[in-house]
Design a protein around this ligand. Structure first.
Ligand SMILES: [Zn+2]
Ligand SMILES: [Zn+2]
Length: 562
């Protein structure tokens, strides 16, 4: 039986997640995401799928983000008739996000259409319409977390919590020679035992993995084994500041901007980040650690997403801390001074506020939605702050601002960038390098092959090298179109190099040697003092040690912020 995995998207880039699997009997994909960012990347949204949508048996969807779900309406438009299996919360979020995405497609196409007409060119078709999106939603079918589910005679899957956004999943896929006990897709009767080993392969898709110790949502679940692992690497070469550091930076940004009499503008992804930031502002406000700012959540999509969060507040999606807060009668998404903005008029009226406001607005990467208006009105004012709390893909307005652009174009108008531009990684919905590494290392049985996807070139390459060294197993970074034979393990993916282990610059080496010498000297002097105790000398030694410790803490701090 031929079993093959093909990499279709999110290869050496963060968007367009899609992985195609075929066995002798079954064809399916994991995720069907939209490409976002630079023009060259976005063109891929219109390239033919390297499989026949009508011949697919089903889709497994890890989570609702558009870079994972955004091309499902196009898949349906092109003849896909099967089911899209996802968690219940993912389906609820997709209802909001896919319709929103379809609106944007129609708006953009209308604009392009007029341009094409004027240029005498062929009419421009939207990628998909609101109708397509609505039709695609009828294909969605909820699956529970943690249960073995037979979706085809030779395919069993299990969704595990990924801790990334509400409803997000790691997907375990078991491919086996036709399992006699299993009929076709039967959600009501989970397989009694997973059909294991023999002629089978287990592939684990990490999906997007959450940050550990983030507020609200659970941490990612650990997986015990896989033959093949496909793992994300958005922050594969970065280490986030910790939770306390993030909250402290948030406090400082709000305080400083308040003192300068400006506004804080936070471009946030509608899902996850908005709720996390609101949650921390709520905590700071309750403790009176920030001035009495007015907080506006200006995004109809974020408002609906928060309603979905509300719906799941009793479920086990939330972490212990948040459940405790809810049990105590608190509301993680509400506090005095918080306003949800629904209508366009309300949104426009925010432009008249010159100071004391924190405006959290979609979309995260600044390219669509109301955030553009808020940027236009605040970016040129040095007293204001634009605070980024999520990953900004290459080619987006958000990324240009982060990279220090001094002028940007918004609605065809040049705007000078004078506001201070700040970023907090700690609110990222993604695990950082160390958390990713920890998650992969927790596999009790090492995967035969690990494929690193969903990251920009440098992040994937560097993370692959780190993994290769840490796991001492085969690791590779696939290109679009690369394949893996899931029976033999043969692949067209080029293996990653090991990380250079002795690439430390000479200065670092010298510092290390000095530190080791100082440590030895200190130990020797302690030994001497133990032999003839003198309280004053001992106190002096203790001072030395305290200074050494504070130096080490400062170095550790620098490492974290580097
Ligand atoms: Zn995501
Ligand atoms: Zn993603």
């Amino acid at each position: 039986m031929a079993m093959q995995l093909k990499f279709v998207g999110a290869t050496r880039t963060v968007t367009g997640s899609c992985h195609y699997i075929e066995t002798g009997n079954t064809r399916f994909i994991v995720d069907c995401g939209m490409f976002q960012g630079e023009n060259e990347i976005e063109k891929l949204n219109r390239v033919a799928f390297p499989f026949d949508p009508a011949a697919l048996d089903f889709v497994l969807l890890t989570h609702a983000h558009i870079d994972h779900s955004g091309l499902i309406p196009r898949l349906v438009r092109e003849g896909f008739e099967g089911k899209v299996y996802a968690s219940a919360a993912t389906i609820d979020l997709c209802k909001i996000m896919l319709l929103d995405s379809a609106h944007i497609q129609e708006l953009e196409a209308g604009w392009q259409q007029r341009k094409a007409k004027r240029a005498g060119e062929v009419p421009f078709e939207p990628l998909y319409t609101v109708d397509d999106a609505e039709r695609s939603l009828s294909h969605f079918e909820p699956v529970p977390f943690g249960q073995m589910i037979n979706l085809a005679p030779d395919v069993t899957v299990r969704f595990r919590h990924a801790g990334h956004i509400l409803g997000s999943a790691i997907v375990e896929v078991y491919l086996h020679q036709t399992n006699p006990g299993a009929g076709p897709a039967s959600l009501s009767e989970p397989a009694a035992t997973p059909a294991v080993r023999a002629e089978e392969a287990k592939i684990v898709f990490s999906g997007d993995l959450g940050n550990v110790n983030q507020p609200i949502i659970k941490d990612p679940e650990f997986v015990s084994d896989a033959d093949f692992l496909v793992v994300e690497s958005t922050y594969g070469n970065r280490v986030h500041e910790d939770r306390m550091g993030s909250m402290e930076k948030l406090r400082k940004v709000i305080q400083d901007t308040w003192s300068r009499r400006g506004n804080v503008i936070i471009p946030a992804f509608a899902v996850a980040r908005t709720q996390d930031v609101v949650y921390d502002i709520a905590r700071l406000a309750y403790r009176r650690e920030i001035p009495p700012v007015k907080v506006f959540i200006d995004s109809p999509m974020a408002v609906s997403a928060t309603e979905v969060f509300d719906k799941y507040r009793d479920r086990d999606e939330f972490d212990v801390e948040t459940r405790a807060l809810i049990d105590a009668g608190g509301d993680p998404f509400d506090f005095p001074g918080l306003q949800y903005v629904q209508t366009v008029e309300e949104s426009r009226s925010l432009n008249e506020i010159s100071s004391g406001a924190v405006i959290i607005s979609a979309s995260g990467m600044c390219d669509f939605g109301r955030i553009k208006h808020h940027l236009k009105h605040n970016l040129w004012r040095p007293e204001c702050t634009v605070l980024f709390v999520g990953f900004q893909a290459r080619g987006t307005l958000g990324r240009r601002l982060q990279e220090g652009a001094t002028r940007v174009k918004i609605f065809n108008e040049e705007v000078a960038v004078r506001a201070s531009i700040e970023s907090i990684d700690g609110y990222s919905a993604h695990a950082d390098r160390d958390a990713l590494l920890y998650w992969v290392k927790s596999f009790r049985t090492k995967p035969r092959k690990v494929f690193v996807v969903h990251g920009e070139e440098e992040a994937t390459e560097q993370f692959a090298a780190v993994l290769r060294t840490a796991l001492n197993t085969w690791v590779g970074v696939p290109e679009r179109g690369d394949t893996v034979d899931l029976a033999s393990g043969q692949t067209t993916v080029r293996p990653a190099e090991k990380a250079a282990e002795h690439a430390q610059p000479a200065a670092l080496k010298a510092t290390r040697e000095n530190l080791e010498r100082a440590y030895d000297a200190l130990l020797r002097s302690l030994d001497r003092r133990e032999a003839s105790p003198d309280p004053r000398a001992l106190a002096a030694t203790q001072d030395e040690i305290a200074r050494l410790i504070s130096m080490m803490q400062r170095l550790a701090q620098e490492d974290r912020t580097a």
